[in-house]
Design a binder for this molecule. Structure first.
Ligand SMILES: [Zn+2]
Length: 318
């Protein structure tokens, strides 16, 4: 396998992150060192609606808290909807460039997700929300799915359309599909949505009888997040508004009338953890050991314990 070194991938992400951070300067009140209060709003736990939070840390301007009731980690306060939307519109999105420059890393993740989807439902119509340039849909099309996408970036949407996918350059709520979906996918999207409950409820009527919702999100249970804490890339201050533990996502699913049918973790981040444990920069350190922790715990062990960096979940209507 000709896979690129994780460090190269992190380098690409850092480029995006730095552009993002430069763009954020406008949000900071230099008097207080925090985001301008007018941009923000307070909220209760987005999963259980309780207001019992434990302060965790500030990261890139964002105040991260943990719900003492359901273990959900979330930004509080959080950007108001209109300001979050403005932020995304003004922030050049390099995601599809990253996917294109490291297709093998993503293809492996996408394939694993598609395998889980096909275990949970039959091949039919598949909708990818935030489909970007359609890399995942390409894979699904090859496996005989009829492919649909929703993508707000006009350029990426037209690129995906040109590859033969039915892509809407609109919000999900503005699209009227004339078929039911056997699978709806959200790859690295759900953590960006402030109201996951409303979104699950919005997707529910779009599903066929045996349809599933497939979600890939960063895992608050991951060993990397638990060891690195605020140094972990998962915590970004503005965009990752909700970081779910399994307990939290299961609770949310149940509340919306879904059961978790498949649950796997992906991406071990063992190399990142080893760098950190060696007093190096977690993402740019020189540790060569990316396969085992303490020379004994390997990736298989980590994923068996569901402590990988991201969760892949399949939700079915209960
Ligand atoms: Zn909660």
């Amino acid at each position: 396998m000709n896979q690129r070194a994780p460090k190269d991938i992190h380098q690409e992400r850092l480029k995006m992150h730095n552009a993002n951070v430069a763009n954020r300067v406008q949000y900071f009140d230099t008097q207080t060192g925090f985001f301008y209060e007018k941009l923000l709003e307070k909220r209760a736990c987005p999963v259980c609606k309780e207001d019992k939070e434990q302060f965790l840390f500030f990261k890139d301007g964002g105040r991260h808290v943990k719900c003492l009731e359901c273990e959900m980690i979330y930004l509080n306060p959080v950007f108001k909807d209109e300001n979050l939307e403005k932020h995304y519109r003004n922030n050049h999105d390099l995601q599809s460039e990253i996917v294109a420059s490291d297709s093998e890393f993503y293809t492996n993740l996408y394939q694993k997700g598609l395998d889980s989807i096909q275990k949970a439902t039959t091949v039919g119509n598949i909708l990818d929300i935030g489909c970007s340039a359609g890399t995942f849909l390409d894979l699904a099309k090859k496996a005989n799915w009829s492919t649909f996408g929703v993508e707000l970036n006009e350029q990426e949407a037209s690129y995906a359309t040109a590859k033969g996918h039915s892509v809407y350059n609109k919000f999900l709520s503005e699209v009227a599909f004339d078929v039911k979906m056997d699978a709806i996918c959200l790859w690295d999207v759900f953590e960006h949505l402030k109201d996951g409950e409303a979104y699950l409820n919005e997707m529910k009527p779009l599903l066929s009888k045996n349809g599933v919702i497939f979600i890939q999100i960063p895992s608050a249970d991951s060993l990397a997040a638990k060891i690195l804490q605020e140094k972990c890339n998962m915590f970004d201050g503005i965009e990752h508004v909700n970081l779910y533990s399994f307990k939290a996502v299961e609770k949310l699913a149940k509340k919306c009338g879904f059961v978790v049918e498949g649950y796997e973790t992906v991406i071990s981040e063992i190399g990142v953890i080893n760098n950190y444990l060696n007093y190096e920069d977690p993402y740019f350190g020189e540790t060569s050991n990316t396969k085992t922790l303490f020379n004994s715990l390997d990736e298989e062990w980590l994923h068996k314990k569901k402590m990988g960096y991201k969760m892949q979940l399949a939700l079915r209507r209960s």
